[in-house]
Design a protein around this ligand. Structure first.
Ligand code: HEM
Length: 452
């Protein structure tokens, strides 16, 4: 084969196509908010790289930034009621959004001044505001008032639901190996998926042991506190949303330049992406990002139960491995299917590239959240919401609140939305799923005047 053929011929074209499919577009600036700088990465973004990149952009001077002030939380970290990890991970970054939305009460806001060091030298690298008479702060005060006498930590109902699903999941794993049944493996994978989604309710809250259920399928709590809680939750559908950007080489929801292949072939290969999501995350973590230490042993519970169930006794390592891999792939498929279609991707919702027009040019963080999520009716206001990322708008607005508390907050949300001219639209699970596929194809950019 001549070199010319390789340089200009079909091989090079195939190579270029494969590279364009597998490499994430490098975007250093948001297409929606002119001055908003993105973390710099052009490969599969891992959590530590994302945080490191933010440290360079946010003028926190090696400490913690809230609005235009710098605080030293070094000594406070170990006393933080939510747990040390939240504080330690965010050192050197701007924690304004996290700080203001993870605390519903006024106590943290009052305590903060005790750690003041100096003023920041540069403007904030974020388009979002929390004006005291704007949508989010008014809603937060109402929610705080409503919850004054309500227990805010993990609720008994949520704990019992998660524990029951876990027992069912492990029973199915045991039976899968005992009866060598692929049907049971599918059921076990489905249960492992919903246990994982339930565990997500717990890792948003103060440290508690049920958050480690999240590890049963091989995911990392630390990694997801960064990519999900700090990135996706604070900045959904934007260039700072790691969860969306990690999938961009394959699934591109932003209405920027995208090939016909990405717009339409992605409809066909989406199930493959869902199925590879978890195995990829496990490989990436063990290969690049590192692990969380001894607590990772939790992820061995599933193979242990499979090993105990299989009939070959001590020599049954290979069948155990086979069923473990099978269950992980099935879990991954369901997790991707539910997660990707959980109400963020729809042709009427904000994605980077769309414009948000609000009074005075400010963008209230709460209104931005309402523009980037659409609740699914069947997944709201009931126990199933725990297993389906339900009550999603309220969960985004108040991530540290237990899911079982959220349904009682609809009157406050509806009242505040009415006052700010925000329409609380919902859809069915089917419409959300169809909307997600239509969003993959969307290239037309939106002007969202919602709440203006
Ligand atoms: C990276 C930013 C932070 C995150 C993600 C975070 C997260 C959390 C979480 C998840 C809880 C448990 C919520 C609950 O059980 O109701 C909590 C509680 C609390 N945090 Fe933080 N926190 C952060 C920074 C801070 C800072 C800077 C302070 C004060 C200087 C603070 C003070 C408190 C207090 C006093 C509580 C007790 C609950 C309350 O009164 O609302 N946190 N935090």
């Amino acid at each position: 084969m001549s070199i010319e053929f390789m340089k200009n011929g079909p091989l090079e074209k195939i190579g270029a196509l494969v590279t364009s499919i597998l490499t994430m577009p490098v975007k250093l600036k948001s297409d929606s908010f002119e001055k908003w700088m993105a973390p710099e990465f052009n490969t599969f973004p891992e959590e530590t790289a994302w945080l490191e990149s933010r440290r360079k952009l946010e003028g926190a001077q090696g400490l913690w930034r809230v609005d235009n002030s710098i605080y030293d939380l070094t000594d406070f970290a170990k006393d933080h009621p939510g747990g040390e990890q939240w504080i330690n991970l965010t050192k050197g970054t701007d924690i304004t959004e996290l700080f203001k939305t993870y605390h519903v009460t006024d106590a943290p806001r009052q305590l903060l001044s005790a750690f003041y060091v100096k003023s920041a030298k540069t403007p904030r690298n974020s388009p979002f505001t929390f004006g005291s008479n704007d949508f989010y702060e008014i809603l937060r005060r109402r929610v705080n008032e409503k919850l004054r006498h309500v227990q805010r930590g993990p609720s008994l109902k949520a704990k019992m639901f998660a524990d029951s699903l876990l027992v069912l999941c492990l029973a199915c794993c045991w039976s899968t190996a005992r009866f060598e049944s692929h049907v049971l493996a599918v059921v076990a994978g489905l249960f492992l998926c919903v246990v994982t989604i339930c565990a997500h309710n717990f890792f948003h809250q103060r440290d508690n042991w049920r958050m480690h259920y999240f590890r049963l399928c091989g995911f990392s709590v630390t990694g997801w506190r960064v990519s999900h809680a700090m990135s996706h939750h604070m900045y959904p559908n934007s260039i700072h949303d790691m969860e969306m950007r990690m999938l961009e080489p394959w699934l591109q929801w932003c209405p920027s330049d995208k090939t016909l292949f990405h717009r339409f072939a992605s409809w066909l290969y989406s199930p493959v992406v869902y199925t590879l999501l978890l195995p990829m995350a496990i490989l990436l973590r063990w290969g690049i990002s590192g692990h969380d230490g001894a607590i990772e042993a939790v992820s061995l519970v599933v193979p242990l139960v499979l090993w105990m169930g299989q009939p070959a006794g001590i020599s049954g390592i290979l069948p155990t491995l086979y069923w473990w891999v099978a269950v992980i792939f099935i879990t991954s498929f369901f997790f991707g299917l539910i997660g990707v279609n959980a109400g963020h991707h729809h042709p009427e919702l904000f994605h980077d590239g769309d414009r948000i027009i609000q009074k005075g040019g400010k963008v209230d963080w709460g209104i931005y959240q309402m523009l980037a999520v659409r609740d699914r009716r069947q997944a709201n206001d009931n126990i199933v919401s725990l297993a389906l990322f339900g009550d999603h708008a309220l969960h985004h607005l108040f991530p540290s609140l237990d899911h079982m508390v959220l349904p009682m907050l609809y009157p406050e949300l509806e009242k505040t939305c009415r006052e700010f001219g925000i329409e609380l639209k919902t859809c069915t699970i089917w419409e959300a799923t169809m909307g997600q596929f239509l969003q993959l194809a969307r290239v037309r950019k939106l002007m969202l005047t919602h709440g203006a």
